[in-house]
Design a protein around this ligand. Sequence first.
Ligand code: NAI
Ligand SMILES: O=C(O)C1=N[C@H](C(=O)O)C[C@H](O)C1
Length: 269
Amino acid sequence: MSELPGIVVTGASGRMGQMLVRTIAESGAARLVGALERAGHDWIGRDIGEAMGGAAIDVLVTDDPVEVFAKAQAVIDFTAPAATVAFAGLAAQARAVHVIGTTGLTEADLKAINAAARHAVIVRAGNMSLGVNLLVQLTKKVAAALDEDFDIEIIEAHHNQKVDAPSGTALMLGEAAAEGRGVKLADVRDSGRDGMTGARMRGNIGFAAIRGGDIVGDHDVLFAAKSEQITLRHRAMDRTVFAKGALKAALWGQDKSPGEYDMVDVLGL
Ligand SMILES: NC(=O)C1=CN([C@@H]2O[C@H](COP(=O)(O)OP(=O)(O)OC[C@H]3O[C@@H](n4cnc5c(N)ncnc54)[C@H](O)[C@@H]3O)[C@@H](O)[C@H]2O)C=CC1
Ligand SMILES: O=C(O)C1=N[C@H](C(=O)O)C[C@H](O)C1
């Protein structure tokens, strides 16, 4: 019997990192072969299972990506933009599938990731859940069916430790709405209203970000016209939906040709 695919989790002590370690252990479909953290983190050198407050699982937390990526068939990465760009090059060198959940990536980051995808499989999505990726399709459809009498607003809410706004998911939804409408998001994006903003511009796509407590991730797409409104809504109740999606992507990518993919490809939506 062949071995299960080996997976490295980067940012292993983080909110998503710990969820991924648990999800892989419970899956029966993959094995954890590495747990990576940033240099200087106090979990380096400790067993990841024990560091998470459970039993030892014989995987020590390391800060050396080259050493662990060499053992892996996939790297699941929910960290920070600079780290993710560096990991994209290293995972490609190791010919490991790189699943990227990190958000807040700049155009330059995306270009670097795209270059790495010439040599290996990269699956990247601002949201790995089935529900949100379906919501993206619905948003595109509804936006295509309605004209600019309907103002489109994307409202997202997250926990108070989130560092980027609008969320990666909100941007995916904005891109989908713009595509449905046949416009470029960059031309109609309206985020961060404050002060004397003037009246809303017809055709713009607005973004609003709420931050508070431990909200996992809520997204509404509002289509508001005179006398009627439609709201499409997704709420994540816990992070398992993201971790399960990421693991699915890591397994899906095993027999694919090099290139950049997203969760719509993985889920066949
Ligand atoms: N695509 C999706 O479905 C989802 C994406 N995210 C995104 O994932 C990212 C992480 O989110 P959280 O887990 O909530 O953050 P977090 O702050 O809890 O975890 C990030 C971890 O990455 C580690 N890290 C940073 N630089 C590193 C480096 N150079 N090497 C190794 N580890 C490094 C940090 O020490 C930390 O433990 C964010 O960008 C967030 O928006 C979060 C949830 C779902
Ligand atoms: O930072 C988070 O927590 C989340 N980030 C992703 C995003 O930016 O959309 C996905 C999810 O909403 C949780």
